[in-house]
Each structure stands twice: as structure tokens, then as C-alpha cells.
Design a binder for this molecule. Structure first.
Ligand code: UDX
Length: 444
């Protein structure tokens, strides 16, 4: 089957590459000429483990190519995946102008039955909107069907998530479209992946409700962590005790500096906005948005307390800038709030991240970027761990102690065992854990 994937961002690129790997004939179209030229040379613009290999293999085998011309790609395709950006507007609602432009082009180039599939997270009702635009724009009498097929992949494990998803959601009431979708995903059907087939609106809502629920889980445990600090309880044990209940599950119960990334913050705000547009207050999501902001801000207070209340004139080594490990993505990363807070308080920041420094430098040139964790620690008054990259989990403590002015670690991802790290002579602060006498002393 000939497939056109519009948008070569995160979702588009992974979708196109993986569908080619499923044996489809895929063209990825993007209007960014530089990006497309780079992709044609097999240079991948994003940091995603395993993606380069899938792209290269499928380009070499002739199933995957990239271009900038949308018209001919639409005309040749039987299925068109829309994977363009849906950024947040200032009020939190999703900006659909890119999706609408693509729908218009599809209408202009419709030359036979095609299915038009939304992969981007789009507000409920977008499928209908796309249907209306194509119908209004097309001059012929061609049939088409709009399908919602939300993507649940996570950055850093996107290829694995695409190949081995928990479920595939297909929203359409057109049997021809459903059959084509089942054909496209046949390798996953063979692998017994569950398929949820429903109408477009339900499929669109499944995506928002899933991300909203996971964001709620993270905010919930972050609030529990805060409470643990007041009570002298240990959030790691509380989370384990909760997660062993199969109705709750252990995932997304890791406390930290708040969620970031391109999905959770945007989608949480969008759920609030969608509900408001339909006359409802989605109170839990409203709280999640507020709790996440408060969590990020609380981290700066925590750091300030660890530094004995005074950040002015101090040098802080920040390890980790991306919103999570294995990505160079800094969108809504808690590290942004943290670095901003440190600089506002008069501290100097020396930072290291294995992948995200280039992106961070654009907005934060005043930060000193270092070659590695030890370089960042050299001469600093303490370390803040903001992202749980693997290489931060086994730092050479003795070496750090020699390099730091004061042996102080504020670990916002709970990577270390408090007792062990204190035994190594460090002042250690983490999130919501017992044995953190210093935390309790500061809170008192
Ligand atoms: C998320 C969804 O998981 C994915 O299904 C959807 O398609 C896109 O949004 P992603 O943004 O890549 O994926 O990251 P994810 O691993 O879900 O983490 C999101 C944020 O929550 C990160 O900032 C992460 O640090 C934070 N998080 C996650 C926690 O703080 N604790 C947790 O237990 C889990």
C-alpha cells in the first residue's frame, strides 16, 4: 500500500519509518526543506534510540523516502497519515492550523478513494472538521474516510512502543477504512496486539484521557511525596505498596520535579479547555495542571533550602536538562523552571546533559555548558540531579567530593540510596523519602 505521512516530526518520522518496516511503501512529506534534505541523506533530526537504523534500512530497501511536495504524494497514496504539530494556544487549546492546511491540500489533490488518518493528538471533533474541509475543497466526487489512530509512543522508546504497543486504537465507522487500517497494522494483529475499533470521537478522546490519566498519576505521587516529607514517610515504599495493587499498577508512580515533554503538559491543558468549551469544569485535570506547576516551583525552594537558604553567589551544577532521559527534547522540561529559578536567585549554573545542551543553550546562553558530570561539578557548591539519565545513577562519589566545594547533592529523581550516599560524606536531599533528616530539619 502507498502511504503518505505528512509531518516529519517525532510522531511522523517514527510512524513513517515503522510503517515502512511493516512493508508499506512510505513517503514522508515535510515543508521544512532543510529537514527533508537532511533526511534524504539519512541524517535524523531528533535523538531517538534505534530510529536511525530503521530509517536507513528502509530507505536502502526502497520502501521509505522523503520529500517536500505534498500534492503528488497525496495523489499517489491510498492512506494519508496526518502527523503535523498541534501546539498549545495561549488559552491551552490546541492550534489546528497545520492540520487544517493539510486537510485543504488533501481536498485539492483527492483523485480516488483514500483514507485520511490523524496521528497527531487532536481535539475531539477534529475528524469531523477534516471531513468537512476535504468535502468543501474537493472539486471531484471522490469518496474518502477520516480515521483517528492516536499514537501512544514515548520519546526514548518510540520504536519499541510502535512495534509492541499495548493497543491500537482505530476510530472510524467506514468498513473500507477499518479494513485498510487492519491491513496496515497486520504485523501487530499477528502478534496478538489488542485492537480497539470505535468511532472517531471516542478514539480522539482515548488519547487525551490516557495522557490525562497518566499525568494525574504522576501529579498524585508528587503530592504524596510532598506529604511524605511532612510525615516522615518514604514515598518510594508508599509507591511500591500502592503499585503492587494490580488495580493501581507500579508505572507512572515515580516522584520527581514534575512532568514535562511535548504531550502531558499540552494535553492536560487541552483536556481542561475542551471540557470548558463544552460547558464543563474537568476539575481533576485543572488540579493536575496547577499541581504540576507548583511541583516544579517547589523544587527551586528545595534546592534553596539545601543550599542553606542562600543561592546568591553560589555555583550550582545541574545534571540533566532534557525532560526525561534518552531524548534531547527540552519542551516544558522541569530543568527550565529549575535553571530559571537558580539564575533569578543569583546563582551561577554549570550544566551537563548527554543530549540536550545544544537545545538548552539557545534560550539559556548564560549557563555554562560542561563536557561531563565531573566537569560540571568542578568548583561548584553542590549538584542538582534533574533528569534520570543512566550515567547519573553511578557517579564516582569520591571523585565528585574532591571536585565540589561542598559535598552536596539535591537528587530530584531519587537515584541514590540516602543512607549510602550520606555514609560517603554527602549532604543529600531527595524527594519524599525517610532518612532525609536534613529535609525534615529544613521543613520544621
Ligand atoms: C507521553 C506518553 O507516555 C505517551 O504515551 C504519549 O504518546 C506521549 O506522552 P513522553 O512525553 O515521551 O510520552 O514521556 P513519558 O515517559 O510518558 O513521561 C512524561 C513525563 O512524566 C516526563 O517528564 C517524566 O519525567 C514524567 N514522569 C513519568 C514522572 O515524573 N514520573 C513517572 O512515574 C513517569
Amino acid at each position: 500500500m502507498n502511504i503518505c505521512v505528512v509531518g516529519s516530526g517525532y510522531v511522523g518520522l517514527v510512524t513513517g519509518a515503522c510503517l515502512a518496516d511493516f512493508g508499506m511503501n512510505v513517503v514522508g512529506v515535510d515543508k521544512d526543506v532543510d529537514k527533508v534534505e537532511a533526511l534524504q541523506r539519512c541524517e535524523i533530526p531528533i535523538y531517538e534510540p534505534g530510529l536511525a537504523t530503521v530509517v536507513r534500512t528502509n530507505m536502502d530497501e526502497g520502501r521509505l523516502r522523503f520529500g517536500t511536495e505534498l500534492g503528488p504524494a497525496i495523489e499517489q497514496a491510498q492512506a494519508i497519515f496526518i502527523a503535523v504539530g498541534t501546539p498549545s494556544r495561549p488559552d491551552g487549546s490546541a492550534d489546528l492550523s497545520f492540520v487544517e492546511q493539510v486537510a485543504k491540500s488533501i481536498g485539492e489533490h483527492l483523485n480516488g478513494f483514500k483514507i485520511v488518518i490523524t496521528k497527531s493528538t487532536v481535539p475531539i471533533g477534529t475528524g469531523q472538521k477534516i471531513d468537512k474541509i476535504i468535502r468543501e475543497v474537493q472539486t471531484g466526487q471522490h469518496e474518502f474516510a477520516v480515521v483517528s489512530n492516536p499514537e501512544f509512543l514515548r520519546e526514548g522508546s518510540a520504536i519499541g512502543d510502535f512495534r509492541n504497543p499495548d493497543r491500537v486504537v482505530i476510530g472510524s465507522v467506514d468498513q473500507r477504512a477499518i479494513d485498510m487500517m487492519l491491513d496496515i497494522y497486520s504485523p501487530l494483529r499477528v502478534a496478538d496486539v489488542p485492537f480497539v475499533i470505535t468511532n472517531v470521537e471516542s478514539a480522539e478522546l482515548i488519547k487525551y484521557a490516557s495522557n490525562g490519566f497518566l499525568a494525574t498519576k504522576v501529579s498524585f505521587i508528587n503530592e504524596v511525596a510532598h506529604l511524605c516529607e511532612r510525615l516522615g514517610a518514604d514515598v518510594e515504599t508508599v509507591a511500591r505498596g500502592m503499585g503492587l495493587d494490580t488495580r493501581i499498577g507500579p508505572q507512572f508512580l515515580h516522584p520527581g520535579p514534575g512532568f514535562g515533554g511535548s504531550c502531558f503538559p499540552k494535553d492536560s491543558r487541552a483536556v481542561v479547555q475542551i471540557a470548558l468549551e463544552h460547558g464543563l469544569h474537568f476539575q481533576i485535570m485543572e488540579s493536575v495542571v496547577a499541581v504540576n506547576q507548583a511541583t516544579k516551583e517547589r523544587m527551586v525552594e528545595k534546592i534553596s533550602q539545601a543550599f542553606d537558604g542562600g543561592l546568591k553567589g553560589k555555583t550550582v551544577a545541574v545534571l540533566g536538562l532534557s525532560f526525561k532521559p534518552d531524548t534531547d527534547d527540552i519542551r516544558e522540561s522541569p530543568a527550565i523552571e529549575i535553571v530559571k529559578g537558580l539564575l533569578d536567585a543569583g546563582a551561577s549554573v554549570r550544566a551537563f546533559d548527554p543530549a540536550a545542551m545544544e537545545a538548552f543553550r539557545e534560550d539559556w546562553p548564560q549557563v555554562e555548558y560542561c563536557d561531563n558530570s565531573y566537569d560540571a561539578a568542578a568548583g561548584a557548591d553542590g549538584i542538582v540531579i534533574a533528569t534520570e539519565w543512566n550515567q547519573f545513577k553511578a557517579l564516582e562519589l569520591r571523585r565528585l567530593k574532591e571536585l565540589l566545594k561542598r559535598p552536596l547533592i539535591v537528587d530530584l529523581r531519587n537515584l541514590y540510596e540516602p543512607a549510602k550516599i550520606r555514609a560517603a560524606g554527602f549532604d543529600y536531599f531527595s524527594v519524599g523519602r525517610v532518612g532525609a533528616q536534613q529535609e525534615q530539619r529544613q521543613e520544621a
